[in-house]
Design a protein around this ligand. Structure first.
Ligand SMILES: NC(=O)c1ccc[n+]([C@@H]2O[C@H](COP(=O)([O-])OP(=O)(O)OC[C@H]3O[C@@H](n4cnc5c(N)ncnc54)[C@H](OP(=O)(O)O)[C@@H]3O)[C@@H](O)[C@H]2O)c1
Length: 259
């Protein structure tokens, strides 16, 4: 079986940049997202740079059975993952009781359930190739987030799950890294119904930088990678701030960020 790096959410933002970084380091790729035209254009670009042409799998990961059909597609072509990059995800801004429950549950499906399924589905082939899993968490994983409550809680799950998996799978030679970016200007903000506040500029990082930091952290076998010095300082300081104050600060930031 030929080893491939499976990247979800490769049609935009951090996922597109992760595909470019993995390709530049010689990995053969399978790109997954709903927008096939974007994935095709990225595959063309990577092929034009002299790298193997990535395989494109247009799929809505929110649909039941999506992960199993990806596994079936790979097996039928003699491919198996050596790396899995769980990047696809979205946020929703607003009070949890006022936002659509269905949309919030769909967010849990994609950001949490599918990430869990794809993290566990290929463990044997990841072990065979001594590869790894890169899971997109967030700085949001380190605190509760009034104004984006379900999103923050989902990212806390991703962080906790990935750290535990890092420990469990280390003995099988599999690296597991939780990548925790702070604000990154991508389509994420429009999809979430927010704008990055001007104050975010200090800690904002471009998606290509975040992708490179994530790749380097995974290859070094890091358990958790917080992207950027400003974000690392913020995460460190959060430990010393009383939760009540943190909650108030996040709530104010969320309502300022709402369009
Ligand atoms: N941007 C930030 O500030 C930030 C900060 C911390 C963490 N993150 C995390 O980083 C990850 C990537 O975010 P981003 O900023 O790059 O967002 P983005 O630009 O909106 O890209 C999201 C990607 O997910 C894919 N996706 C969404 N729903 C999908 C579905 N149902 N099935 C398959 N693919 C789906 C999208 O592709 P299609 O629409 O083509 O399906 C797109 O490729 C997310 O997990 C996000 O939570 C982002």
């Amino acid at each position: 079986m030929t080893p491939v790096t499976l990247i979800t959410g490769a049609s935009a933002g951090i996922g597109t940049e992760l595909a470019r970084v993995f390709a530049a380091h010689g990995h053969e790729l399978v790109l997954v997202a709903r927008r096939e035209d974007r994935l095709m254009a990225l595959a063309d670009e990577i092929a034009a740079s002299g790298r193997p042409r990535p395989m494109v799998l247009a799929a809505d990961l929110g649909q039941p059975g999506a992960a199993a059909s990806i596994a079936g597609e790979l097996a039928s072509r003699g491919l198996e993952p050596d790396y899995v990059v769980n990047n696809a995800g979205f946020g929703l801004t607003g009070a949890a009781a006022e936002l659509s429950r269905d949309e919030q549950l769909a967010m849990i499906d994609l950001n949490v359930r599918v990430l869990t399924e794809l993290s566990l589905m290929f463990v044997d082939s990841l072990a065979r190739h001594r590869g790894g899993i890169l899971n997109l968490a967030s700085v949001a994983a380190f605190l509760p987030g009034p104004g984006m409550a379900v999103y923050y809680a989902g990212k806390a799950y991703v962080l906790s799950f990935s750290e535990a998996l890092h420990h469990e799978l280390a003995g099988r030679g599999i690296r597991v890294t939780a990548l925790c970016p702070g604000p990154v200007p991508t389509e994420f903000q429009a999809r979430s119904g927010m704008e990055l506040p001007a104050a975010s500029k200090i800690i904002e990082l471009p998606p290509d930088r975040v992708a490179q930091i994530g790749y380097d952290g995974l290859m070094r076998g890091k358990r958790v990678v917080v992207a950027g010095t400003g974000n690392r300082i913020a995460v460190f300081l959060m430990r010393f701030v009383p939760h009540a104050l943190l909650l108030r600060a996040v709530a104010q930031r969320s309502s300022a960020a709402r369009e």
